[in-house]
Design a protein around this ligand. Structure first.
Ligand code: PLP
Length: 411
C-alpha cells in the first residue's frame, strides 16, 4: 500500500498548544485559546484553566454550556433519527414551528441553519410577496448603517459594511441604506420599487445600538402606509436575550417577517425565518429550500431551548440579572471615566463603549480569565448566558473591574 500523501493528524498536544494550525483558512483574528469543555457559564482549557464565559459564543449559548436538558434533547434524538431531508415531513420541525407560531406574531416558519441564511430567506420572502401581488418591480429593501445581517453575498450587500464588501465584486443589488434611527431618511428613501424595511431592533455587531421604541413604531406605521413589509433581524436580539422573547416586543410592534438563529439552537446550528400568512404567501412549493434546514437534531434542540426560555419566571430573571449587570457596568463607568464612555444595550445584550481600543479591553478581560466580545463603535459586548447566576454576574463585574484598572493604569 502506498504511503498516505497527507500529513498525519497532529496530536492533541500540538493542536492545543501555542501554535494555531495553518490548515484552517485564516479568515478570523482568533484569540489563542482552545477550550476542551464547558459547564454553565464556564469554559475549561485542556490545561484546566477556567474562564467565565460572557461571550456565550456570540449570543449563541443561551443556556450556557452542557445544559442537561439540551444534552438530553440532542442525545435522545441522536439515538433515533438524524436526518431525512425535507422531501418528507419532519415531526420535530412541525412541533417547533407550531410552538413558535403560538408565541409570536407569525403564522409560518421556514427552518435553515444560520443567521445569514435566515436573513436571506426573509429578504426572498419579502420580494416574493410583492411578486405574487403583481408588483415584481418592488424588490428593494431599506436597511440601516451599522447593520449586520451575515456574510453571504446578499447579506453583506444588505449590511453595507465596506470592509465586508471589498473584493467580492459588484454588491448584490436592491439594498438602500439610511442612517440608523433617522425616520426622515427612511421616508425619503421609499420609492415605487421599495418592498420592505429591514432592521435589527438592537444592532449587535454594529455596537449594541438599540432602536428607540418610537422609531420602531414609526417604521411600522410607514410600512403600513406604503404597503411595505417590516423585516426584523432578531438573530442576536431574539430568544430571550433582551428579557422579552423577542426584542421588538418592547416596542409593542410586530414585524411581518423575522429572522432568528444564534440563541434558538443554544449552540446547535439552527436558523429560521418566520412570517405572517400574508407576508409568506409567495413562498410556494419550489421557491425556497435547504437540505439540512430543520432536521430532527436541530429542531429537537431548538424545542428544548424554547421550552426553557418560556418557562414561567425565566425571562423575568433575565431582566433581574440584566439590571444587576447594567448597574454594575454603570458603576465601572463612574470608577473609570478614562476607560468607559458609555454603557448601552438591552437586557443581557449589554455594551460598554470604551476609550481605549476595544481589542485591548477584550484582551485585558481575557487576562482576568473572562470572555467578552468586541463590536462596532469601539464597544465591548457583555453577553452572559441567559441562565447566568447572580453570583456569576458579580464575579464577571469583579473581573471586568480588574481589567479596566489595568487599562486605566496604562493610559
Ligand atoms: C450573527 C448575526 C447574523 C448572521 O448569523 P450567522 O449565523 O453568522 O450567519 C445576522 N444577523 C444578526 C443580527 C446577527 O447578529
Amino acid at each position: 500500500m502506498a504511503e498516505p500523501r497527507v500529513a498525519p493528524m497532529p496530536n492533541r498536544a500540538e493542536t492545543g498548544g501555542g501554535v494555531p494550525s495553518a490548515a484552517v483558512m485564516g479568515t478570523y483574528a482568533r484569540q489563542n485559546l482552545v477550550f476542551a469543555r464547558g459547564q454553565g457559564s464556564w469554559l475549561y482549557t485542556e490545561e484546566g484553566d477556567s474562564y467565565l464565559d460572557f461571550a456565550s459564543g456570540v449570543a449563541v449559548n443561551a443556556l450556557g454550556h452542557a445544559h442537561p436538558r439540551l444534552v438530553a434533547a440532542l442525545t435522545d434524538q441522536a439515538g433515533k433519527l438524524w436526518h431525512t431531508s425535507n422531501l418528507y415531513r419532519v415531526a420535530g420541525q412541525e412541533a417547533l414551528a407550531e410552538r413558535l407560531v403560538e408565541v409570536t406574531f407569525a403564522d409560518k416558519v421556514f427552518f435553515c441553519n444560520s443567521g445569514a441564511e435566515a436573513c436571506e430567506g426573509a429578504i426572498k420572502t419579502a420580494r416574493r410577496y410583492h411578486f405574487v401581488n403583481g408588483a415584481p418591480e418592488r424588490w428593494r429593501i431599506i436597511t440601516f448603517e451599522g447593520a449586520f445581517h451575515g456574510r453571504t453575498l446578499a447579506t453583506i450587500a444588505a449590511g453595507g459594511n465596506p470592509k465586508y464588501l471589498e473584493g467580492f465584486g459588484e454588491p448584490a443589488g436592491g439594498f438602500d441604506q439610511v442612517p440608523f434611527g433617522n425616520l426622515e431618511a427612511v421616508e425619503s428613501m421609499i420609492c415605487d420599487e421599495t418592498a420592505a424595511i429591514m432592521i435589527e431592533p438592537v444592532q449587535g455587531e454594529g455596537g449594541v445600538r438599540s432602536a428607540p421604541d418610537a422609531f420602531l413604531q414609526s417604521l411600522r406605521a410607514l410600512c403600513d402606509a406604503h404597503g411595505l413589509l417590516l423585516i426584523m433581524d432578531e438573530v442576536q436580539s431574539g430568544v430571550g436575550r433582551t428579557g422579552k422573547l423577542f426584542a421588538h416586543e418592547w416596542a409593542g410592534v410586530s414585524p411581518d417577517i423575522m429572522a432568528i438563529a444564534k440563541g434558538i439552537g443554544g449552540g446547535f446550528p439552527v436558523g429560521a425565518f418566520l412570517a405572517t400568512a400574508e407576508a409568506a404567501k409567495g413562498m410556494t412549493p419550489g421557491t425556497h429550500g435547504s437540505t439540512f434546514g430543520g432536521n430532527p437534531l436541530a429542531t429537537a434542540v431548538g424545542a428544548a431551548v424554547l421550552d426553557a426560555v418560556l418557562e414561567p419566571g425565566f425571562l423575568e430573571t433575565v431582566t433581574l440579572r440584566a439590571n444587576r449587570l447594567s448597574q454594575g457596568l454603570a458603576q465601572l463607568k463612574d470608577e473609570f471615566p478614562g476607560v468607559v464612555l458609555e454603557v448601552r444595550g438591552k437586557g443581557l445584550l449589554a455594551g460598554v463603549k470604551l476609550a481605549p481600543p476595544v481589542a485591548d479591553a477584550v484582551k485585558a478581560v481575557i487576562g482576568e480569565k473572562m470572555l467578552t466580545v468586541g463590536a462596532g463603535e469601539n464597544v465591548m459586548r457583555v453577553l452572559p448566558p441567559l441562565n447566568v447566576s447572580d453570583a456569576e454576574i458579580s464575579e464577571g463585574l469583579t473581573r471586568i473591574r480588574r481589567a479596566f484598572a489595568t487599562l486605566s493604569s496604562k493610559s
